[in-house]
Design a protein around this ligand. Structure first.
Ligand code: SF4
Ligand code: SF4
Length: 440
């Protein structure tokens, strides 16, 4: 794997990895008894069911269809019998969680989808690949975009010339993408090649943690054969943030409040690349997610292949020998507290048991400056906290809160236990919503 010198970014911290319990554990299945599959996986018009209670369904079968280009069709992860309809919670950037109607699937059978290699992706041109990916109704597993097809359209409109697969994953405890690249690197790299060909980009990179390159040798060899650069970088947190990784790899500064497409860089994660390959080459629907389960109270830490629609709280409770003080969906640095009714979906890279570091109420800011000193976006976080408490949106705008990458370092370091990241992200979302509403 070539080692080249790249720049770095200001701020950031070196975090304890705390990954030993799951780093080398192979991805394993986890038995589930019932699924509740959201009909509204994206915040757009609900997909309409094409099955009724009592129907038997096969893995990969269509459950609900949509004509809305913002939404995606819904497919069965496993064979089973359709039950009643219910409500579930799915992640939402603004509110934390959002309600969605869902199809219950019970009497589950462990059968998997049959391969249908009916599309020759290696000889397809960009337009054929884009059409094939559009038919896949795929979802992005990280980043500001949700719908793969819409993201590809936006990347083409932005004339993206660089595609980066981000496998930095340097938040503590989480190893889902690491295991995916180590065990199923062929799927990830071929998926990245398919997306690169669909976008017709000039340069494609696979960015990995320099401490784990030994596990990625076969993936890096295949990447080289497919003209993809594998780049190993030191894991200063939050290099996994899209704006930081773009800056380090391309020296381009992402416009605050915009995605990396503002500087012609398209960024994707390992799980989305694997899903793109499995659909485009093998005809397999995206119905599962590799989820890290680890942390306080988890008796069998590891990475598990979990079908979409699995009750996340039930799953974590199954894995825990005692109730952890805090249950987290996603990264321990910037994930959200697990809510009752939440289900596993494409964005569920981890379910963690944690200590509650906010035990006790927040106290007033003591102006120690730790938050601002380490903020990778170089924000005056204490002043932004004042803006939040005083509902001073113009102040937050002037202080460029839209550059916040939501890394959580400020919250992690604050001795006053102030929920700084959440406050900065709320200010950021309010300003972006205001700007969107003002756009004709
Ligand atoms: S203000 Fe935003 S970018 Fe800065 S440390 Fe806090 S969460 Fe990270
Ligand atoms: S880290 Fe907390 S206490 Fe220190 S300046 Fe920032 S907000 Fe204030």
């Amino acid at each position: 794997m070539p080692r080249r010198r790249f720049g770095t970014f200001s701020g950031g911290i070196n975090l304890p990895a705390e990954k030993d319990a799951t780093l080398d554990a192979a991805i394993a299945p986890w038995p589930v008894q019932e699924l509740r599959i959201p009909l509204c996986p994206l915040p757009a018009a609900q997909a309409q069911p094409v099955v009724a209670p009592g129907d038997k369904v096969k893995p990969g079968q269509l459950l609900a269809r949509t004509d809305d280009p913002q939404q995606v069709n819904v497919y069965a992860p496993l064979a089973g019998v359709v039950g009643d309809f219910t409500d579930v919670l799915v992640p939402d950037d603004f509110f934390g969680w959002r309600s969605s109607r869902a199809i219950v699937l019970k009497d589950l059978q462990p059968a998997s989808q049959p391969n249908r290699p009916d599309f020759d992706w290696e000889h397809a041109d960009a337009a054929e690949l884009l059409e094939r990916l559009r038919e896949g109704h795929l979802l992005l597993c990280s980043g500001p975009f949700d719908n793969v097809s819409r993201w590809l359209e936006s990347a083409i409109e932005s004339a993206a010339d660089t595609l980066i697969c981000n496998v930095m994953e340097n938040a503590p405890l989480v190893t889902a993408d690491h295991r995916l690249l180590a065990e199923r690197g062929g799927d990830v790299v071929r998926g990245l090649a398919i997306l690169a060909k669909a976008l017709s980009v000039a340069h494609t990179m696979l960015a990995v943690d320099s401490q784990r390159t030994g596990a990625y040798r076969s993936a890096a060899r295949l990447a080289g054969a497919l003209k993809i650069d594998t780049i190993a970088l030191a894991p200063k947190y939050p290099i996994e943030a899209q704006a930081m990784l773009t800056q380090v790899l391309t020296r381009r500064q992402v416009v605050p409040g915009r995605s990396t497409l503002s500087v012609r860089v398209a960024m994707v994660d390992a799980a989305t690349c694997a899903a793109a390959y499995q659909w485009a080459a093998l005809g397999l629907r995206q119905t599962h997610r590799v989820v890290t389960m680890a942390g306080r109270g988890v008796k069998s830490p590891g990475n598990y292949l979990i079908p979409f629609g699995t009750d996340a709280a039930w799953l974590l409770a199954q894995a825990c020998e005692s109730e952890p003080p805090l249950r987290v969906h996603g990264s321990p640095m910037n994930g959200r507290e697990l809510a009752v009714g939440a289900v596993v979906g494409p964005r569920t890279n981890a379910l963690l048991g944690m200590e509650d570091s906010y035990a006790g109420p927040p106290t007033p800011c003591i102006r120690c400056g730790w938050c601002s000193d380490n903020c990778p976006a170089r924000l005056n976080v204490a002043a932004l906290n004042d803006d939040f408490e005083l509902a001073h949106l113009d102040g937050a705008k002037a202080r460029c809160v839209t550059a916040c990458v939501g890394c959580g370092i400020c919250t992690y370091l604050c001795p006053a236990r102030l929920p700084l990241m959440s406050r900065c992200q709320q200010l950021r979302q309010m300003i972006l919503r205001e700007a969107k509403a003002a756009t004709p």
